[in-house]
Design a protein around this ligand. Structure first.
Ligand SMILES: Nc1ncnc2c1ncn2[C@@H]1O[C@H](COP(=O)(O)OP(=O)(O)O)[C@@H](O)[C@H]1O
Ligand SMILES: [Mg+2]
Length: 254
């Protein structure tokens, strides 16, 4: 049995507005345990508290009740062990691809020669060999997302926390990013928490889907996704896939 890599233990969160008595309950007793190397999607409607949950797992903000752990240690602050990938690639516009990827390595005090070697490896892994000297403004949206992935993976985190990372991309680019992520995951077996509101995306990529209710978000069901890997788009037309998708959609709408 693999040890638990990331868990949420009874997490609740309420936001209050400064200067007002109004309070907004956002998360309600969230519990889950994610194993090392597992790929888990958290699927829920817009506004149900997915990003809030991810921010707590990242250590960007505290839970009011309960807590999150990574490798049994309480999560209290951001850590390079837990890389966060956002919907927007957030690259440094004044740095070219290679320097964007090397940035975190420099912060960690890795030598220039080692940083260069690592950066070139990951740039190649995400399919951007030959674009090392390009600036973000000279890249397509999909390419910028590839740089963002390389920049996270080069730091060798234990966990990747991804908040709807491909939702702004067109369908084709999105599919190719999903396939790239799956290939990188097969190679590296990082633990991945992938936030999405897209049922097909969750079913195509994950080992398990945690379904959240409307706000205040709770996990209403966890589903193991047992389709064989590697998975491709043809899976979406299978009967089993359609049945599971319909079940999840009904759950999301209830
Ligand atoms: N820092 C904050 N202060 C007050 N309310 C917030 C804050 N962050 C999020 N919210 C509220 O919490 C709810 C859930 O937000 P969010 O976690 O971003 O949802 P999701 O990612 O599922 O769309 C929303 O109603 C949002 O307005
Ligand atoms: Mg969000």
């Amino acid at each position: 049995m693999k040890r638990t890599n990331l868990s949420a233990i009874g997490i609740s969160k309420t936001f209050s507005r400064t200067g007002s008595n109004d309070s907004l309950p956002v998360l309600d007793m969230i519990d889950f345990a994610i194993q090392e190397g597992e790929f888990v999607s958290i699927l829920g409607p817009s506004g149900c508290g997915k990003s809030t949950l991810l921010n707590i797992l990242a250590g960007f903000e505290p839970a009011d009740i309960g807590h999150a752990t990574c490798c049994d240690d309480p999560i209290q602050a951001p850590s390079p062990e837990r890389a966060v990938v956002f919907q927007s690639p957030l690259l440094f516009p004044w740095l070219h691809v290679q320097d964007n990827v090397m940035y975190g390595l420099k912060q960690k005090g890795i030598s220039k020669a080692d940083s260069e070697e690592l950066a070139l490896k990951y740039i190649k892994d995400v399919g951007l060999e030959g674009f090392e000297g390009y600036y973000p403004s000279q890249l397509s949206g999909g390419m910028q997302h590839r740089v963002s992935l390389a920049r996270s993976l080069v730091l060798n985190p234990k966990v990747l926390l991804m908040d709807e990372p491909f939702s702004s991309l067109d369908a084709q680019t999105r599919y190719s990013m999903q396939q790239l992520l799956l290939r990188l995951w097969e190679d590296n077996r990082k633990t991945i928490v992938f936030i999405t509101h897209d049922v097909e995306e969750a079913l195509l990529i994950s080992d398990r889907v945690c379904i959240m209710s409307q706000r205040p978000g709770k996990i209403v069901e966890e589903i193991k996704v047992t389709f064989d890997r590697p998975r491709d788009i043809s899976l979406t037309s299978s009967q089993d896939f359609s049945r599971l998708k319909a079940h999840i959609l009904t759950r999301l709408l209830s």
